[in-house]
Design a protein around this ligand. Sequence first.
Ligand code: NAP
Length: 279
Amino acid sequence: MIIDGKKVAFLILEELKEKVKKFDKKPGLAVILANDDPSSRIYVASKEKHSLNLGYKSCVYRFDNSITQGKLTELIHELNENPDINGILVQLPLYSHLNESEIIELIDPRKDVDGFHPFNIGKLYAGFNPYAVCCTPKGIVKLLKAYNIKIEGKNALVIGRSNIVGKPVASLLSNENATVTLAHSKTQNLKEYTKNADIIVSATGKAKLITSSMVKKGAVVIDVGIIKQDNGRLVGDVDFEKVKDVASYITPVPGGVGPMTIACLMENTFELFLLHNKR
Ligand code: NAP
């Protein structure tokens, strides 16, 4: 079965829209774009569009490469203090002259809508409730649950160990009582691991890394990868056409994990809004 991330994301967004209508005050999301990567520009535009669709207050700060660490620091401090802003998102990567980890650590963890602040990451790893859970990993677990896919007791293999996808997905799946293996580019005999996995989450950005002979019959395959081919087409890490005949569930690219990331960002913004307006 093909997992329809677009549909699940749509339902999350529709539900959010109804919830937001009940408040006079609106959730506020600030997005900072300080790089010249074309994909980042598209992602930021999409975040702005979705915020406005939901009736959020959306503030996008776009900078050219004359932006300094000092100016960005000032902006984060201002946004931390601004009561109309509930979520602050710094689109990564930043221009190479900027210090990414220093900027992320300046964000108030209660406004860290991406869940990248070490405080929130630490809570996630400890199995406590972070203020916000990283959007792509959260979206993946939501997708599995939307399709009633059992996680507890399953062998889950996460391929890729980035701070924004692989590591937090591994933590979330472990918190859901899967037995988790985390593979990466130095893993020997990847196939041995994929063949043993009930759930495979691939987040490498390597097109067709996962072929049908690597997947156990009936496994669940979640493809996080987004690779733009020379012909402009987007593909994932998985050889979708062949693996879909072996897997019990599989996400397509596009239309799988991607839409869930944005839906979870919108949900995180709303949850932080509720946190800030709790009496
Ligand atoms: P990243 O920071 O580049 O990390 C890639 C990871 O894959 C690394 O841990 C790397 O191992 C591992 N890897 C690379 N080649 C491998 C191989 N042949 N076998 C096993 N592991 C390998 O990437 P990322 O930011 O996590 O993103 C991964 C992909 O997901 C990209 O295509 C990105 O565009 C996509 N993405 C999609 C969404 C979405 O919403 N759908 C969100 C975020 C990212 P090492 O650690 O050893 O280098």
